[in-house]
Design a protein around this ligand. Structure first.
Ligand SMILES: Nc1ncnc2c1ncn2[C@@H]1O[C@H](COP(=O)(O)OP(=O)(O)OP(=O)(O)O)[C@@H](O)[C@H]1O
Length: 575
């Protein structure tokens, strides 16, 4: 319960005015609902006296009903607004939290599962905020009022109401205990299906190209069967409980009518009171049915809260340092005895030590799987080293903040992420503060003005998701422009390994040259032209440094590994 209270306090506090308004409306509505049957009681009882006015109770009953409806309508508007605002805030917080989690976490949680957490679970929670908190709280207060009034009418009627309500509430806990895992399983199955679609739809080409459709469909069938099973189980369970409640309600009505009839025969209960008590029986059972109806949503919300708080309490293995220690301008970097593995028992990099002076460019060569990309990931703290240290401008990067590193380092990967949005939005990453003039300037600096002119609608050309209409070289050109706008001091570039047409290759080479001007650069090089432009060379073999030094010195030393590679056409490492 503590978790839910913390969640409520965190996300409802900022809306305290609306919450107070809502509470007042709820209390007003409840008061009117409780008073209406008393008016009817008065009406029936005074009818027996000749000359009594029945007009006023009838008018009041009608006015109460209208006011009650007005209160309920406004309250439901407010509760929806409060619910959605609270969950929107929670969604933003959770998205930011996920973005700040380390890459180990993101490897272990597929985007589909995170999508279900950040979107699916939070949509369920919106119901929790708007319905459970306000509607259920209101219904509970109404129940309390009914029991008090029933006791005031006759203690035996009050006792019947009380026993019936306590009996049902005593069932809630065990029902909830059994129900939450069922709803949790149902939502987990939904999350797996979302994850399945996300993963398979993004690799359609590979699936159809390799004839894997039957296996994919078989897996889909298995997941669908699981969803059917878990959804059926949770919905039948919910239905069983509301069915049992309805039977209990009818039993209470029968008991109240029997009690009323017997008391009235002995002159201990008026006809009006019997009618009012019967009315309250209806009100009580309707409230209980409404509570059970929302209990279904509540059980789903409990399961969602559990998963959302789990995600919220996941901490990043990358912890920010004190920050503010990096010097201005292009940064020198140093690896000191760095050892790293994605899993501690399987090391990928072994005792790596080298230095890159500020403003120079390092070309990293090595066979596939030798650890080139891993080395660059350590630099921007995608992961932290297991042993040793990485220093930027003589500062251990563990003493910097990730925001600081992001601002100082620009990364262009082979797998450039492009969005289904205009070229402008893809370049600015949706930052509206970057003007078209700045974009055009960046494109001109990278010699991409002509390339842009060839796009059908210039900056407004809409790219398909994943940049399907661009070659890998063109996608990298866009990524260069992104980095140029970002203006970092260190550029990390994992060059596109695919063969490019000569025009794109030329553009890329010009852009790389401009991008590296006045910056420290690390290039995982796949093209001879690129290798020719770097200052230093680092050759990795099986996670060890095989060779490191200035390019022209290594090239002129016939015994060096680099010159041997050049003589062999570099086919071993840049293919
Ligand atoms: N996220 C990850 N989790 C676990 N292992 C990984 C991960 N990324 C890479 N590896 C493993 O680490 C080793 C080095 O991979 P890395 O991507 O750094 O090599 P690379 O030299 O850049 O290769 P390529 O040229 O093919 O990109 C490989 O054995 C790879 O399987």
């Amino acid at each position: 319960m503590k978790r839910y209270l913390i969640l409520l306090r965190t996300y409802l506090f900022s809306q305290r005015f609306n919450v107070c308004m809502l509470a007042l409306l709820l209390l007003g509505g409840i008061g009117l609902e409780l008073l209406s049957p008393l008016l009817l009681q008065n009406f029936i009882d005074t009818l027996q006296y000749p000359g009594s006015s029945f007009f006023i109770p009838v008018l009041l009953f009608f006015c109460f009903t209208i006011f009650n409806q007005l209160c309920t309508t406004f309250a439901s508007y407010l509760s929806e607004a409060v619910g959605w605002r609270a969950t929107n805030e929670l969604r933003v917080d959770l998205t930011l939290h996920c973005l700040n989690l380390d890459m180990h976490f993101h490897k272990a949680h597929t985007p589909g599962v995170l999508l279900e957490r950040v979107d699916g679970d939070i949509a369920t929670l919106s119901d929790f905020f708007s319905n459970f908190v306000f509607v259920m709280l209101g219904r509970f207060l109404l129940l309390l009022g009914i029991i008090v009034i029933a006791f005031m009418a006759d203690w035996r009627a009050g006792l019947l109401f009380l026993i019936f309500t306590i009996f049902l509430f005593s069932l809630f806990k065990p029902i909830q205990k059994r129900g939450v895992p069922m709803f949790q399983a149902a939502r987990q199955a939904d999350a797996e299906l979302a994850s399945f679609f996300e993963e398979r739809l993004s690799s359609l080409e590979d699936i159809s190209g390799n004839g894997a459709q039957p296996y994919v469909m078989e897996r889909l069938n298995r997941l669908s069967r699981r969803i059917l099973h878990t959804a059926r189980l949770s919905s039948v369970y919910g239905r069983l409980f509301s069915g049992a409640l309805e039977i209990g309600a009818k039993a209470l009505m029968a008991a109240i009518l029997t009690l009323g009839a017997s008391l009235s025969r002995h002159g201990q209960m008026s006809l009006g009171t019997i009618y009012a008590t019967f009315f309250y029986t209806n009100l009580l059972t309707n409230s209980l049915i409404e509570i059970t109806f929302h209990l279904d949503g509540f059980q789903k919300a409990l399961a969602s809260i559990q998963r959302v708080t789990e995600l919220h309490s996941a901490t990043s293995a990358i912890v920010d340092g004190e920050g503010g220690l990096l010097p201005d301008g292009p940064l020198a970097l140093r690896f000191e005895h760095v050892t790293f593995g994605y899993a501690p028992e399987k090391l990928v990099l072994h005792d790596i030590s080298f230095e890159l002076r500020s403003g120079r460019t390092l070309g990293i060569l090595g066979r596939t799987g030798s650890g080139k990309t891993t080395l660059t990931r350590l630099l921007y703290r995608g992961y932290d080293v297991q042993q040793g240290a990485i220093l930027l401008g003589n500062t251990d990067i563990r003493r910097t903040t990730r925001a600081e590193l992001c601002a100082r380092i620009g990364v262009v990967t082979q797998d450039v992420q492009l969005f289904q949005a205009s070229i402008r939005e893809n370049l600015t990453l949706f930052n509206p503060n970057i003007s078209d003039t700045e974009i055009m300037h960046a494109l001109a600096e990278l010699h991409l003005t002509q390339w842009l002119a060839e796009q059908p609608h210039g900056l407004d050309t809409v790219l398909t998701e994943g940049g399907g209409m661009l070659s890998s070289g063109e996608a990298q050109l866009l990524a260069f422009a992104r980095v140029f706008l970002h203006n970092p001091d260190i550029v990390i570039l994992d060059e596109a390994s695919s063969r490019l047409d000569p025009a794109t290759e030329r553009l890329l080479q010009q852009a790389i040259g401009r991008l590296l001007q006045g910056r420290t650069g690390i290039i995982i090089a796949h093209h001879l032209d690129t290798i020719q432009r770097v200052d230093d060379i680092l050759i990795l073999e099986g996670g060890h440094i095989r060779e490191h030094g200035e390019r022209h010195l290594l090239a002129s030393d016939p015994t060096s590994r680099f010159s041997q590679l050049i003589q062999s056409g570099l086919t071993e490492v840049i293919a």
